[in-house]
Design a protein around this ligand. Structure first.
Ligand code: ADP
Length: 395
């Protein structure tokens, strides 16, 4: 079965065509600058990336171009649209309505629309992508896979905020958590690598990318995670502040003569590693800066690693123990320095670093010594494959 995996942002669209029988990626690509002008980068498996500049006034035009490339006589990997058997859509926010993936129907679309308020930047874009695909492929079954669904198993003591209870009742104000597809995929893979039944295993997954979150997975279920109502809570990230004293919002708004929305925008886009270092949100630039003697780059990396180690400690408490810790996503898979700083803080868990293992990047590796009381791994994530698997399971 060929599954088209779609991840639509407000002006971008990432896609992969996956053969679910072999789990091979047949082609992948990215449309950028949708509604502005339009650039498509399309990579058929084993071939060079082709770059196509073509007007994309809306997402429908972008999806049309993607299909044209997938079926192109030269760059294509299928001969016609009829070879796409199903489409899996990443949807960021499923609120409390979706605790798993769903086959897309009119009712499901209405329920996703009802979550728009909780993710105003992401959900409307995801819906535009769904509508564009339905328009061009009306008979192809489609599945919505939610970033929040995996975390719906969190107990109330973990997801409730210390706010008037009425806000939860009136506005569904609570912690939802994100990156659920990745946390679930990596936790299952970690248990597999360990040769253990996930039902009897306590795993802490550290998804460290531009957006970063940590999840406590007990018996295969999310019991706590660092992101909240929105992806702004928790760790310090590339450009996001993560958790701060909430009183800072009013303080900065007054001092800088800004609205609360403007301050939130600064906390989303100009803070975190970029804000602290004043150099970059990209960890490669920060490491280079540090090696060249930039103290603020070093400080940013230390703050990031410290927060990761502190949340790991919190989640050992949340689960009353831990068997394994898994690092994943761009930084988790590749940044040797950050992993070392984090692990150096975890000696009290009986963890010692395997320097050779930790020097490797982007591959499944044990990075603690084999006799560590808690095993630490690098486990590459694969959200697209996880979405394709969920899609196949539902169609
Ligand atoms: P997102 O998907 O959230 O945009 P990623 O998971 O791609 O983010 O992570 C981006 C971060 O990962 C960047 O800070 C980058 O420095 C780091 N990163 C990605 N690939 C590599 C690599 N090959 N070597 C070192 N760092 C990397």
């Amino acid at each position: 079965m060929n599954v088209l995996v779609m991840n639509c942002g407000s002006s971008s669209l990432k896609y992969q065509l996956i053969d679910s029988d072999t789990e091979a990626v047949l082609a992948k690509g990215l449309c950028e600058r949708i509604t502005i002008d339009g650039v498509l980068k399309h990579t058929p498996a084993g071939k060079e990336t082709v770059v196509i500049e073509s007007p994309m006034p809306d997402h429908k035009a972008a999806v049309k171009l993607v299909i044209e490339q997938l079926t192109d006589p030269v760059n294509g990997v299928i001969t016609s649209l009829s070879e796409i058997d199903a489409v899996g859509h990443r949807v960021v926010h499923g609120g409390e309505k979706f605790a798993s993936s769903f086959l897309i129907t009119d009712e499901v679309i209405a329920a996703i629309e009802a979550c728009n308020e909780l993710a105003p930047l992401h959900n409307p874009a995801n819906l535009i992508g769904i509508h564009a695909c339905q328009n061009l492929m009306p008979d192809v079954p489609m599945v919505a896979v939610f970033d929040t669904a995996f975390h719906q198993t969190m107990p109330a003591k973990a997801y409730m905020y210390g706010l008037p209870y009425a806000y939860y009742e009136k506005y569904k104000m609570r912690k939802y958590g994100f990156h659920g597809t990745s946390h679930s995929f990596v936790a299952h893979r970690t248990a597999e690598i360990m040769g253990r039944d996930i039902k009897d295993t306590k795993i802490i997954v550290c998804h460290l990318g531009n957006g970063a979150s940590i999840c406590a997975v007990d018996g295969g279920q999310s019991v706590d995670t660092t992101m909240g109502l929105t992806p702004l809570e928790g760790l310090v990230m590339g450009t996001r502040s993560g958790s701060v004293d909430p009183a800072i919002l009013a303080y900065v708004a007054n001092k800088e003569n800004k609205s609360i929305d403007q301050v939130i925008n600064i906390m989303n886009k100009e803070s975190g590693m970029l804000g602290i270092s004043g150099v970059s949100s990209d960890f490669r630039d920060l490491e280079k800066g540090m090696q060249e003697g930039n103290e603020r780059c070093k400080l940013a990396l230390e703050i990031f690693s410290y927060k990761v180690a502190c949340y790991i400690g919190a989640y050992v408490a949340a689960m009353n123990g831990v068997d394994a810790i898994a690092f994943t996503a761009g930084i988790g898979e590749n940044n040797v320095f950050v992993r070392r700083l984090v692990m150096e803080q975890l000696g009290y868990l009986g963890i010692s670093i395997d320097e050779e293992g930790n020097s490797r990047r982007g591959e499944e590796t044990l990075i603690s010594t084999a006799d560590s009381k808690v095993l630490v791994y690098t486990v590459p994530t694969n959200e697209e494959l996880a979405i394709a698997r969920e899609t196949v399971a539902l169609v």
